[in-house]
Ligand binder design. Structure first.
Ligand code: GDP
Length: 426
C-alpha cells in the first residue's frame, strides 16, 4: 500500500477484533520505517508466525520482527509496564534485537496493579467480557484526570505520593464493590522503583518524532488493536473496549493530525468472530459454529477463550468502511472456508419487518435484527498455495468479488494462511 504518495497508512480491525491485523502489519512492516500502536493495551494479542516460530505481541508493535522498523507505543495506548518488559525480554530470548528500536510516548498512561484489581472486581458485577487486564480502569483514570503517565516516572518521588493517593482511592472502591483483595502502597512503590530506570530512557515525545519522520518522507504504519465494532463510540456499546479503535483514534493516539494519514486499510476475516459478550447477528448455528471455530483456530490469543463464530456480515463491514473511511480491505483467513460446500453471506438486516438502512446504534435493536443471507457456492479446494488472484478457484474469486461489492471498499490483500508468504497483493 505504501507508494510515492502514500507514507502514512492506518491498519484497523473492521469487525470485532482478531481479524489478523498482526499478520498484515507484519507483512506491511517490511516496507515501513516506523510502526506505531495508537490505542488499547495488553488485552489485544496479535499473533505473528515466522516460519515455525509464533510470536504473541500484546504491547509491542508487530513491526518489531523487522529490523528495519522503529516501533512506537503511542500516547493513546495504556501501557502495562511489566507486560511490556516481559515481552521485550521474551523477544531478546528469541534473538530478536530490539535495542534502540522501541520508544514509548511520555504521554501514555500506565496500567498499574490497582487497575487490574479494579477491573476484576468490576467484571464480577458488570460482565462485559473484559480480559481483566486493567485497561478500562486505566482509561477511566485518564479521562477522570487522575492517571499516571510514563513521563511522571521522571519525577519519581512526587509520583510515588500520587500513587499512594490512587491506591487509597482504589481500596475504597474495592471495599464498595465487596471485593476481598486490596492494593498495597509498598508494592506499587517497589514496582515504580524497578520500572523507572528502564522505562524513562525509552520515553520521548513520540508524536513529534512521527511528525518529523513523515516530513522526511519516511513510511509510517499505524497499528490498531481490537476492531471497529468494539470502538467506545461506534461499537456495540456497552460491549466495547475503552478506546477509539476506529481510524480517527489513530491520529489522536499517535499524536499526529488527521491530514497526515494517506490510506486506511480495514482488516476483515472472510467470516465473522467475536469474543466476549454482546450481539453477533450472523452467529452460525451450533454445529457449524464449532466447525468454523475448529478450522479457524478461533480461541483468544491472550485468554484462550473460544470465540463466537458466524458468517461474513456485510452490514458490519459497510458500517466499518464508513466510520473508518476505509480506502481498502484486507480479507484474511479465506483458507478457513476451503471445505464448505455453501457459504452464506449476511447482506443486511431487517428490523420489525423492514430493512435497516443504517447500523442500529442500540444493542437491544441489534439483538432483534434478522440477518438476510445470500448463499454462495464454496470452492472445496485448498487456497493456501495461492499467491495471485488468478491462482484462486473461480468460486473463491466470485466470493471475494461479492464481499467487495457488498462492503463498498476495494480488496487490496487476501490472506490464505498464517505464514508471511501466504498473502495475495491485489
Ligand atoms: P489480530 O489481533 O487481529 O492480530 O488477530 P489474532 O492474532 O488474534 O488472530 C489472528 C489469527 O489468525 C492468528 O493466529 C494468525 O496467525 C491467524 N491468521 C492470520 N491470517 C490468517 C490466514 O489468512 N489464514 C489462517 N488460517 N490463519 C490466519
Amino acid at each position: 500500500m505504501f507508494g510515492p504518495k502514500t507514507h502514512c497508512v492506518v491498519v484497523v480491525g473492521a469487525q470485532w477484533g482478531d481479524e489478523g491485523k498482526g499478520k498484515l502489519v507484519d507483512v506491511m512492516a517490511e516496507r515501513a520505517d516506523y510502526v506505531v500502536r495508537y490505542q488499547g493495551g495488553a488485552n489485544a494479542g496479535h499473533t505473528v508466525c515466522i516460519g515455525d516460530a509464533q510470536f504473541i505481541l500484546q504491547q509491542i508493535p508487530s513491526g518489531i520482527l523487522h529490523d528495519n522498523c522503529t516501533c512506537i507505543v503511542g500516547n493513546g495506548v495504556v501501557l502495562d509496564p511489566e507486560q511490556f518488559f516481559s515481552e521485550l525480554d521474551g523477544l531478546g530470548k528469541k534473538a530478536i534485537a530490539t535495542g534502540g528500536r522501541i520508544l514509548v510516548s511520555e504521554r501514555a498512561h500506565l496500567v498499574l496493579p490497582y487497575h487490574k484489581q479494579l477491573d476484576r472486581a468490576h467484571e464480577k458485577s458488570q460482565k462485559i467480557g473484559t480480559t481483566g487486564r486493567g485497561i478500562g480502569p486505566t482509561y477511566e483514570d485518564k479521562y477522570g484526570r487522575r492517571g499516571i503517565r510514563v513521563g511522571d516516572l521522571r519525577y519519581l518521588e512526587s509520583t510515588k505520593a500520587l500513587v499512594a493517593e490512587r491506591v487509597a482511592r482504589a481500596n475504597q472502591l474495592l471495599e464498595l464493590m465487596g471485593a476481598s483483595e486490596r492494593a498495597s502502597v509498598e508494592e506499587h512503590h517497589a514496582l515504580l522503583d524497578r520500572l523507572a530506570p528502564r522505562l524513562v530512557p525509552l520515553s520521548t515525545d513520540t508524536g513529534y518524532l512521527v511528525h518529523h519522520a513523515l516530513k522526511q518522507g519516511k513510511r509510517v504504519l499505524l497499528e490498531g488493536a481490537q476492531g471497529a465494532l468494539l470502538d467506545v463510540d461506534h461499537g456495540t456499546y456497552p460491549f466495547v473496549t475503552s478506546s477509539n479503535t476506529t481510524a480517527g483514534g489513530a491520529a489522536v493516539g499517535a499524536g499526529i493530525g488527521p491530514t497526515a494519514i494517506d490510506e486506511v486499510l480495514g482488516v476483515v476475516k472472510a467470516y465473522t468472530t467475536r469474543v466476549g459478550n454482546g450481539p453477533l447477528p450472523t452467529q452460525a448455528a451450533d454445529g457449524v459454529e464449532e466447525e468454523l471455530r475448529k478450522l479457524g483456530g478461533e480461541f483468544g490469543a491472550v485468554t484462550g477463550r473460544p470465540r463466537r463464530c458466524g458468517w461474513f456480515d456485510a452490514m458490519v463491514v459497510r458500517y466499518s468502511v464508513r466510520v473508518n473511511g476505509l480506502t481498502g480491505l484486507a480479507v484474511t483467513k479465506l483458507d478457513v472456508l476451503d471445505t464448505f460446500g455453501e457459504i452464506p453471506v449476511g447482506t443486511g438486516y431487517q428490523l420489525d419487518g423492514a430493512p435497516c438502512t443504517v447500523m442500529p446504534s442500540d444493542v437491544r435493536a441489534l439483538e432483534q435484527v434478522v440477518p438476510q443471507y445470500e448463499v454462495l457456492p464454496g470452492w472445496r479446494k485448498p487456497t493456501t498455495g495461492a499467491r495471485r488472484l488468478a491462482d484462486l478457484p473461480p468460486e473463491a474469486r466470485a466470493y471475494l468479488d461479492r464481499l467487495e461489492d457488498l462492503s463498498g471498499a476495494p480488496i487490496r490483500y487476501v490472506s490464505v494462511g498464517t505464514r508471511r508468504d501466504q498473502i495475495i497483493e491485489v
